[in-house]
Design a binder for this molecule. Structure first.
Ligand SMILES: *Cc1c(COP(=O)(O)O)cnc(C)c1O
Length: 355
């Protein structure tokens, strides 16, 4: 294997590329991986020099604490290729900041910004041919950290691994999304870990989501754990509602994740002069607005789908359909964000980051 050192990162190249086995016109989401991954180990109290190696399985101790105590965090971001073949990221420093917010909550050592940014650049440049060019497609980027240190003692591990894996992914078509407003289960609690992108938050959603799917819904709308009267998140996305012409989203808290797409939508809404309220949303007002036809839109926001419009919501054995608008806020926000991401429009907010 050829081995070179570029900047501060050592690169061990894959002997052969798998790129010819991939059908770039029919990519799903997150199930094909590029030739390389970046790995950085935390040992003896320091993050060691990151390495880029061929993508492949890992070898771990059965007592590694990730398996027993779930010490793991992740980020989700994307790289976009513009018409000239230049690669761009969207607000990557915000992902780095949030990774360390999650790290702190899960007692994982914070990861240095220079390794994160240099790692992304070096890996994306090496596997640049893997970044799809088809419209709507992008490179989904998954940086994550988990406890690789051994021992059955329920305490933070002494060793960790940071990895970045790349998954060329197709456009995320969610179709007509039908959601159920949850009245029993919760995804987060006051003082809990809801604001962290940590594995268990998602595992804990699978069972309630399966029950909702059995009833014919695609996703659960999470409500507060105490009264189930406040709307908080849409699956693993933030949620917005439009009542009349007013756009409303809940305030972030220790129960609600601080989404980068959410805050981008809020900034674009301000720029567009759309009346916006960041405040608690009650289930009662959404049901009332659906009944008196002032509820015009509900949509989720997140890196994977950007904007995911909701067609129907269920609440206490009744379904409410939302109107199909030709001039929806959802399509306006999606266009403005993706135009910046793919370098099709001016970036007055300074969100694009060139690789
Ligand atoms: C990742 C995530 C979001 C969306 O965050 P983005 O930064 O917009 O991708 C929202 N809610 C939850 C629970 C998430 O995990």
């Amino acid at each position: 294997m050829e081995s070179t050192t570029k900047n501060l990162i050592e690169i061990v190249k894959a002997e052969t590329s798998k790129i010819n086995q991939v059908d770039f016109d029919n990519l799903a989401f997150g199930n094909v991986f590029s030739d390389h991954m970046l790995v950085c180990d935390y040992k003896n109290g320091v993050w060691e020099t990151p390495k880029i190696i061929p993508y492949g399985p890992l070898s771990l101790e059965p007592s590694a604490k990730i398996f027993h105590y779930g010490q793991s965090i992740f980020e989700g971001m994307k790289a976009y290729k513009d018409a000239n073949g230049t690669t761009w990221l969207f607000r990557p420093l915000d992902n780095h900041k949030r990774l360390n917010i999650s790290a702190k909550r899960m007692a994982i050592p914070e990861f240095p910004e220079a390794f994160f940014m240099e790692g992304l650049k070096t890996l994306l440049r090496l596997d640049r041919e893997w970044i799809p060019r088809t419209t709507g497609s992008s490179m989904y980027i998954r940086p994550f950290i988990f406890a690789s240190g051994k021992g059955f003692h329920a305490s933070p591990a002494d060793e960790y691994k940071f990895i970045i894996a790349l998954a060329p992914s197709g456009a995320y078509f969610s179709g007509k999304v039908k959601v159920l407003i949850e009245q029993h289960y919760s995804r987060s609690a006051n003082g809990g870990v809801g604001y962290a992108k940590t594995g268990g938050n998602y595992a804990g959603q699978f069972h309630p989501t399966q029950l909702a799917v059995e009833k014919g819904y695609n996703q659960v709308i999470w409500t507060d754990d105490n009264t189930h009267e406040y709307i908080e998140e849409a699956g693993a996305m933030n949620i917005f509602v439009r009542i009349g012409d007013t756009l409303i989203t809940g305030p972030t808290s220790d129960r609600i994740l601080d989404g980068i797409t959410r805050k981008s939508v809020l900034e674009i809404a301000k720029d567009e002069g759309i009346p916006t309220e960041v405040r608690k949303i009650t289930v009662t007002e959404v049901v009332e607005a659906a009944k008196n036809k002032t509820l015009k839109e509900m949509f989720g926001t997140g890196t994977a789908a950007v904007i995911s419009p909701i067609a129907t919501f269920g609440h206490k054995d009744r379904d409410y359909d939302l109107p199909e608008l030709t001039d929806s806020y959802a399509s306006l926000f999606k266009k403005r964000i993706t135009d910046i991401q793919y370098n099709r429009a001016e970036d007055k907010f300074g969100w694009r980051f060139k690789i």
